[in-house]
Design a protein around this ligand. Sequence first.
Ligand code: SAM
Length: 253
Amino acid sequence: MAHTPRKRFGQNFLIDDQVINQIISTIAPKSDDSIVEIGPGKGALTFPLAEYLNNLNVIEIDRDLISILSSQNNTKITIFNADALEFNFNHFSKKIRIVGNLPYNISSPLLFHLLNYRENIIDMTFMLQKEVVERIVAPPGNKTYGRLSVVIQAFFDTELMFIVPKESFNPQPKIESAILYLKTKSRPLVQDLKPLEEIVKLAFSQRRKTLKNCLKSVLDQSQTNIDLSQRAEMLSLDNFVTLMNDYEKQYRN
Ligand code: SAM
C-alpha cells in the first residue's frame, strides 16, 4: 500500500534495522509489559516489538497509516486512531511503558501532556531531535539547561541513550535524532506540576537576566534564601524546589 509521508504529522519513517534493534534493547520488553507506542507509522518498530509481547497498544493519528497497520492482521496489536496530545493515558488497567519515534513538531507539548499521567507511567523510551534530548538531560550550568530540563528531571531520571543519524529515516530529516530514556522517579522532587511549571517558566523567561529581574512580579530577595542575583541556569533542581516552595508560600491562602 503506497503512502505519501505527511509533513504536518512529522512523518519520518525508520528504515534502519540496526537502530530498531537498539531501540528494542533499550526498551528490554517483557511479554506481560503494558506497552503503548505513540505514532507507530507503518510499523517499523511496532511489528518487531510485538514479537516480544502478549499485547501492544498503539496510538496513531493518520487514518491511512492505520489501514496499513491493520492490513497485517496482527492480533497482538490494539490500534487507537487518536491524537496522542488528547489521549487519556489513564485508560489502561496496568501501569504503562510508553515508546515511540515521536513526531518532532509536537514533542514538547506531548511531553507536558504525558507529565499529567506520570503516576501511571513506569518509563518512556523516545526518539526525539538530538537537540531536544540534550536540553532534557542537561545539568545546571549548561547552556541548554532550561524549562524542559527542570520540569522533566523533577519527575523522571533521564538518559540520552544513543544518537541516530539522518540516514536511518525515509524521508531524511534535516537534523540528527537521539534516543531518550525516561524512568519515573519513585520519589518525585515535587508533588504538583503546576507551581513548578509556573516558577520555572518565569525564571527562564529572560535567560540573560538575573532571577531578581525575571521573578520581580512574584518574589523578592526577602522572601527566599535562594540568591536571586544568579541566572536561572545556575540553579540546581533542589534550588528550584526551594524557590517553588517560597513562591507558593506567598500565594497560599
Ligand atoms: N514509528 C514510525 C517509524 O518509526 O517509522 C513512525 C514515526 S514518525 C516520526 C511519527 C508518527 O507519529 C507518524 O506515524 C505520525 O502519523 C504519527 N503522529 C503524528 N502526530 C500524532 C499525534 N498527534 N498523535 C498520534 N500520532 C501522531
